[in-house]
Design a protein around this ligand. Structure first.
Ligand code: SF4
Length: 204
């Protein structure tokens, strides 16, 4: 289930995400974890930057930390994989109407980017991933993933989604012995969602 709230972390300093990585290593070992998470929210003005209340900001932060921790655990297994796929959310396309020239194949199901806009996030991600021999899927929703994984066996998956959805994807992949890496959206919503392209390039 996607979040019941919207968020936009795109204006939050990069250092915030570095702190998150540090915190992800401490999770489970640090008794004062929640207290530290609260401190991080206050330090980086997350409530002011996102408009979230404290409870939602904590949920968001915890999911991001969980994701970093899972990525770290899975990383060495992922690096050994050869056949990989990248799952991108269709809501990160530059256009969500007929100006997007991607074609949709319901049989797979996926959009295929037609590279109509140089500055489209999905286009940039497709180009980086294709150069690294990934199969790329631009998905209308996470419910498409089981069908794709049933049709084609991948050893490694990189998925871009909100923290809650990447958590669900991690649980699904864990049961299938597929190594996963998650890239969180830093701005969610129904359209114009954003992820960090440099982070994705590093993970691929
Ligand atoms: S670059 Fe691709 S995904 Fe982006 S708007 Fe064009 S066809 Fe759609």
């Amino acid at each position: 289930m996607p979040y019941k709230f919207t968020f936009d972390l795109s204006s939050v300093p990069r250092f915030f995400f570095t702190e998150l990585t540090v915190l992800s290593y401490q999770k489970g070992m640090h008794k004062k974890f929640l207290e530290t998470a609260h401190d991080l929210i206050i330090k980086f003005h997350i409530q002011e930057a996102t408009g979230l209340n404290l409870a939602d900001a904590v949920v968001l932060l915890e999911d991001l930390i969980d994701l970093q921790a899972t990525n770290s655990i899975q990383r060495s297994k992922f690096l050994k994989t050869k056949k990989r796929a990248l799952f991108l959310p269709h809501c990160s396309r530059k256009y969500m109407d007929s100006r997007c020239k991607a074609t949709f194949d319901p049989a797979i199901p996926t959009y295929s980017c037609a590279h109509c806009s140089e500055d489209c996030l999905v286009n940039k991600a497709c180009q980086i991933a294709c150069n690294k021999n990934y199969d790329v899927y631009v998905l209308p929703g996470g419910s498409c993933i089981p069908k794709i994984l049933k049709a084609t066996h991948y050893e490694g998956i990189v998925g871009v989604a909100c923290g809650e959805e990447t958590k669900m994807m991690g649980q699904m992949l864990g049961g299938m012995d597929v190594a996963g890496q998650g890239i969180p959206l830093i701005k969610n919503g129904c359209a114009s969602t954003i992820f960090n392209i440099e982070t994705l390039a590093k993970v691929l």
